[in-house]
Design a protein around this ligand. Structure first.
Ligand code: GDP
Length: 298
């Protein structure tokens, strides 16, 4: 995902090779290069600005180090800043004191919510929880079947609409799913919701209605890292229309420019909690800012 950005950054560091120490001009030239590289990678402008200003500041006040040459010194600073904008240490999921914990997924159609429900279900099960997946996406014709298939693969049961528990009514399905979880003592409920290809008021309202019906402990905004600059508008629309407590980045295995991944924390102020890196159930991990930064600077 970050091949271009990595190359550009590496090239800007190379220019510092052979220099005895960092001059102000070197720092300015390198920061300009970094700025251009980030903008080209579709990182949101306010995030780029803050990043560049911080790198400049740190580079100018950096102690002359005997152990590091100027290039290495700048790499260290850029690495620290990357970790910072990516959100530092990931926080853990918040679990309810009285189970079940309710995790609601929200995001555009195609973002990877249904796939994520399976991955999260499997991950939760592996952590010793007893998860239940709830199919409250009744918009896409085969979303329910898709969740059932994913659930089966993950070894996690799925609550799907049937006569009597809310056919055609996503809020009813979500509510009856939570009731079922109470009755059968599931410890975590993952609620899959409908998305549209673009942000629209009806979809937001439906997600907000489901939220109000199930009182989630976590609302995870699922964001396709391939959508480039649209990520910022989409994230803002969901923040306003539904609200969310954390972000999941999907399709980090893609070859798009990846600015979304780098901007979302800075733009929304919410932590990126998980990363999805492929279509298989196992292509899923906790998000670690430091690992991501190292991958970019590799
Ligand atoms: P939803 O509409 O938000 O529920 O999205 P889906 O879960 O149906 O995912 C849309 C498509 O993206 C499917 O073809 C998934 O297999 C694919 N997908 C989901 N997550 C990833 C990922 O991390 N990497 C890749 N390459 N594909 C993914």
């Amino acid at each position: 995902m970050f091949a271009n950005l990595s190359d550009r950054l590496t090239a800007s560091f190379k220019q510092l090779r052979g220099k005895g120490r960092l001059s102000e001009a070197d720092i300015d030239a390198t920061v300009s290069e970094i700025r251009r590289a980030l903008l080209e990678a579709d990182v949101a402008l306010p995030v780029v600005r803050a990043f560049a200003a911080n790198v400049r500041e740190r580079a100018k006040s950096a102690e002359v180090s005997a152990a590091l040459n100027p290039g290495q010194q700048v790499i260290k600073i850029v690495n620290a800043e990357l970790v910072e904008i990516l959100g530092g240490e990931a926080r853990d999921l918040r679990f309810a004191k009285n189970p079940p914990t309710v995790i609601m997924l929200a995001g555009l159609q195609g973002a990877g919510k249904t796939t994520l429900a399976g991955k999260l279900g499997r991950w939760l099960r592996d952590q010793g929880h007893t998860p239940l997946l709830v199919a409250a996406d009744l918009q896409r014709p085969n979303a329910v079947t898709q969740l059932q298939v994913v659930g089966e693969r993950a070894g996690v049961p799925v609550w799907a609409p049937e006569p009597g528990n809310g056919v055609g009514d996503p809020v009813g399905v979500a509510r009856s799913g939570i009731q079922h979880a109470h009755d059968k003592q599931y410890s975590v409920v993952v609620v899959d919701t409908a998305g549209r290809l673009g942000v629209d008021a009806e979809m937001m309202q439906q997600a907000a209605d489901i939220r109000d019906a199930v009182s989630p402990d976590e609302i995870l905004f699922v964001l396709d890292a391939m959508i480039g600059q649209d990520a910022v508008t989409t994230a803002n629309a969901f923040a306003e229309g539904v609200g969310f407590s954390g972000v999941v980045l999907t399709k980090l295995d893609g070859d798009a420019r990846g600015g979304a991944a780098l901007s979302v924390r800075g733009v929304t102020g919410k932590p990126v909690m998980f990363a999805s890196t492929g279509e298989k159930l196992t292509d899923f991990e906790r998000f670690h800012a430091d690992r991501m930064a190292s991958r970019i600077l590799d």
